[in-house]
Design a protein around this ligand. Structure first.
Ligand code: GLN
Length: 439
């Protein structure tokens, strides 16, 4: 591999190309990711047929790394999806639905039994009451829920707040709406006593990100990529600002059941004054090991739901009918199922923390979700992309270059994210391979 090839195109690190970024952020001159990873060059575009929207975003780096892993025949610890099986009873319920001829459009905002099952689960787990007729919208994954919600709420020129580092989809989601994304840093710091770093925000910086134009804050807890599970106190300070600035919380809670060391997931919607100020988004994907099913839901007061349902209907009409039937079985799993996944993922987290630390990474210890954000500065590489390419080639393991979680790529240039939602044997093989990095 020739690392000296000149840049053909500077890649976005967050799904937003640099044309869309403030001019003070100048692209560092370094090798393009296509050259680094031997990816095909992007096609020449015809400006007449390329919208500003399309021009303002690029490929998802997370999804691209799955293709890189395939190309290098590497272990894919990049895009967060399990390599083990979904629970038998959930698969059987979906197969059975197809055989029962549940093969036509469901009601656009979700099949009635599935919406009922969603409402029942939220009552059981969080004592939240939702009217399945007026407050539940089923979409194609949390991804569509987020786009539909933001398009339902935001107009061009509106502002939306999010924490950084952040899941890369939120950048393009803001572009879809023409909204401005105001980012608030989650600062990583080592806790007194040396028990490891955590990521948290400065309440004053959060306040500065709000303005009269702020319509919403995107809140992802348990958090991807940092693994933070926000505390009640942090949520209270967010809720207070939502109320002061008349803004909504749009939450991404898809890792709600993947929590460690006794951490508790608190939906901000359960806080005083937030019931009608929150759109709560979650999905089947992560909890039930069915990321390819693309079934998620958005829960909100009737007025918000009314707008979300319209956008959702014209975007996709409906999520897959037989998979919603499978979802009824999923959402009725007993309490032990949820305790079991948290326990299993905690063991996998610990295995992977050991593997990465042993290989020379500095790890941020996650409290939830199934990612470990690492600091690669000990390896002495100029940036995360160069390091990730080296790791794919030398060790046969792929992670996500950390810069894609930041607006300014320089902020994540010494970070790489690894997922640990894999079989033990996959994680053990990755551990063995990663040893090659320090030899
Ligand atoms: N949430 C997953 C990740 O961060 C990926 C989700 C997706 O690719 N749609 O890796």
């Amino acid at each position: 591999m020739n690392l000296r090839r000149p840049a053909r195109r500077y890649p976005s690190r967050m799904g937003i190309s640099h044309e869309a970024l403030p001019s003070r952020i100048s692209p560092p001159s370094r090798i393009s990711k296509e050259a680094l990873f031997n990816l095909p060059a992007p096609p020449e575009t015809r400006p007449r047929f390329r919208s500003h929207r399309a021009a303002a975003m690029t490929e998802s780096v997370i999804r691209e790394m799955s293709r890189v892993a395939h190309r290098y025949k590497a272990i894919n610890l990049a895009q967060g999806f399990p390599d083990f099986e979904a629970p038998e009873e959930i698969k059987a319920a979906a197969c059975e639905a197809i055989n029962r001829n549940i093969n036509q459009y469901p009601i656009t905002w979700g099949a009635k039994p599935f919406r009922d099952a969603i409402a029942a689960k939220y009552k059981r787990h969080y004592d939240l009451d939702f009217d399945p007729e007026r407050e539940v919208t089923v979409c194609c994954g949390a991804t569509e829920c987020m786009i539909a919600t933001m398009m339902a709420i935001l107009d061009p020129g509106d502002e939306v707040v999010a924490f950084e580092p952040f899941y890369e989809n939120y950048g393009p989601d803001s572009i879809f709406c023409g909204a401005k994304l105001n980012l608030v840093k989650l600062h990583s710091r080592t806790l007194p006593g040396g028990e490891g770093p955590e990521w948290t925000f400065d309440p004053d910086e959060l306040r500065q990100a709000f303005s009269p134009r702020t319509k919403a804050i995107i809140l992802n807890t348990p958090n991807n990529p940092t693994g933070r599970v926000f505390t009640r106190r942090e949520l209270e300070s967010i809720a207070a600002l939502c109320q002061e600035f008349d803004a909504l919380a749009i939450t991404d809670e898809i890792y709600e059941h993947i929590i460690f060391d006794g951490a508790v997931h608190i939906p901000i919607m359960t806080l005083p004054g937030m019931r009608d100020r929150t759109v709560l988004i979650s999905s089947l994907s992560k909890t039930y090991t069915v990321t390819g099913w693309r079934v998620g839901w958005a829960l909100a007061s009737p007025d918000l739901t009314d707008s979300i349902r319209k956008i959702h209907d014209f975007l996709t009409v409906a999520a897959a009918a037989p998979l919603q039937a499978g979802g009824v079985t999923a959402l009725s799993m007993p309490a032990e199922f949820y305790a079991g996944i948290a326990r299993e993922y905690q063991k996998k987290r610990d295995l992977m923390l050991g593997a990465l630390t042993g290989a020379g990474f500095r790890c941020y210890r996650p409290e939830g979700a199934y990612y470990i954000m690492t600091d690669i500065s000990g390896f002495g590489f100029p940036d995360d992309l160069t390091f990730t390419a080296h790791m794919a080639e030398r060790a046969g393991v792929v992670g996500v270059p950390g810069s894609c979680f930041f607006k300014d790529p320089a902020s994540g240039a010494q970070n790489v994210r690894f997922c640990f939602c894999k079989k033990y044997e996959t994680l053990e093989a990755a551990r063995d391979r990663l040893r090659k990095l320090s030899v």
